[in-house]
Design a protein around this ligand. Structure first.
Ligand SMILES: *Cc1c(COP(=O)(O)O)cnc(C)c1O
Length: 392
């Protein structure tokens, strides 16, 4: 099939919910991708923060192949190994107590919201179900997680939205101003991914953790994008000096297969009881076996390399000395760059992709989320494409 044939078929049969770039991807290795016609691309996107081990990773392929040959699916009415092994690994390495597995980020955040509301209901009864979220946040595309998303542009068309969400700016004053007897939790991303790579202030986050303890609000941290090594620690919260009540994860956990979930601390470990929550595909053995391969790869050494490669990429971008590129924000291999000098971030991303470097945008920034296994050589190739694009 040629790109033109593929494009025509896609436009005929697939709903147009995405603005696609005029590029197809056929296969890849490491952080390098190839189109049907064999054109090469350096990947600074990992899907959208998903392909943590890049493409065609041998350990990942071996784990998936071995598991699918044994058992591809079984219901959650029975015990099976991969989910339990992955849950133990996640709990041990995060200091959390228990896991619930779902399939996506939005579904994980739904579970997090349910934990907060039920924790509060069990303890205080009705009337304490409001969750505070931050302006410019992104929490997913189900009706409830759209409501949780603190951006007006998402609150259209699909009325009625859920009640019981209020939005604050990322300051303690603003959060206090939204407080009330009806609040049961505060949900935050430590670096807002879709909203423009906006990192929260560390002292603010620690203050928020104290405030949550004082008011018995649950601190809900959405690590769907920041989690699983992306920022240079297994979870970003580990670099903020806090321990959340509930953390959600998804994107990078299974290296490209659908998997998500939440981790709770001891206090919330028994809130969800039999019959109160579930997911048909949750803890799918192939996805959780893939997740185990991802976590086995992302050891402490690997995380140190993520930090080093993030610093190397930042320094490389700075050294290009391009006046169109401004401040660089973010942590580890989750970076945002201010775009200046006439072009929008979307125009710049389109040009870079056209020249062979896949990248993303968020808010008004260029967003880079390379596979965590990217090599310095691949980073150098990406930087060379940036240099050539920005000189043109
Ligand atoms: C991507 C993302 C989501 C939604 O994840 P899906 O898997 O698309 O449902 C939620 N929260 C954050 C922070 C995200 O980056």
């Amino acid at each position: 099939m040629t790109f033109e044939e593929l494009k025509a078929m896609d436009e005929t049969y697939v709903m147009h919910t995405y603005g696609r770039f005029p590029v197809d991807i056929d296969h890849g290795e490491g952080a390098t991708l190839y189109s049907l016609s064999g054109r090469k691309y350096i990947d600074f996107t990992s899907g959208i923060g998903v392909n943590s081990l890049g493409y065609a990773n041998p350990q990942w392929i071996a784990a998936i192949t071995a598991q699918i040959a044994k058992l591809g699916h079984i219901s959650n009415l029975f015990y099976t190994q991969p989910g339990a092994l992955l849950a133990r690994e996640l709990c041990t390495r995060s200091g959390m107590s228990k896991v619930f597995f779902g399939n996506s980020g939005a579904e994980s955040n739904e579970a997090m919201i349910k934990v907060a509301r039920k924790y509060s209901f069990d303890k205080y009864g009705k009337g304490r179900s409001t969750i505070l979220t931050l302006n410019r946040s992104f929490h997913g595309r189900t009706i409830t997680t759209l409501t949780a998303t603190g951006q007006d542009s998402y609150h259209n068309y699909f009325f009625p939205f859920n009640e019981a969400f209020r939005y604050a700016d990322p300051t303690l004053e603003s959060i206090q101003a939204q407080a009330g007897d009806d609040v049961c939790g505060v949900m935050v991303e430590l670096i807002q991914g879709e909203g423009g790579l906006n990192p929260l202030d560390k002292a603010m986050v620690q203050g928020l953790a104290d405030l949550c303890k004082e008011k018995d609000w649950l601190l809900l941290v959405d690590e769907v994008q920041t989690g699983i090594g992306r920022t240079g620690s297994l979870f970003a919260f580990q670099q903020f000096g806090i321990q959340p009540d509930v953390v959600s994860f998804a994107k990078g956990i299974a290296g490209g297969l659908p998997l998500g979930g939440i981790l709770t601390n001891e206090k919330c470990a028994t809130v969800l009881t039999p019959g109160t929550h579930g997911s048909t595909f949750g803890a799918n053995p192939v996805s959780t076996a893939a997740g185990l391969a991802v976590l086995e790869t992302i050891d402490q050494d690997f995380l140190t390399q993520v930090q080093e490669k993030g610093a190397y990429l930042r320094e490389g971008i700075r050294a290009l000395g391009c006046p169109q590129l401004g401040e660089i924000v973010g942590m580890g291999l989750m970076l945002g760059i201010d775009v200046k000098g006439g072009r929008t971030n979307k125009e710049l991303a389109a040009l870079l992709i056209d020249n062979g470097l896949l990248c993303l945008t968020a808010g008004s920034r260029l967003r880079l989320l390379p596979p965590l296994v990217i090599t310095k050589d691949e980073i150098d190739q990406g930087l060379a494409i940036m240099k050539q694009t920005l000189a043109g």
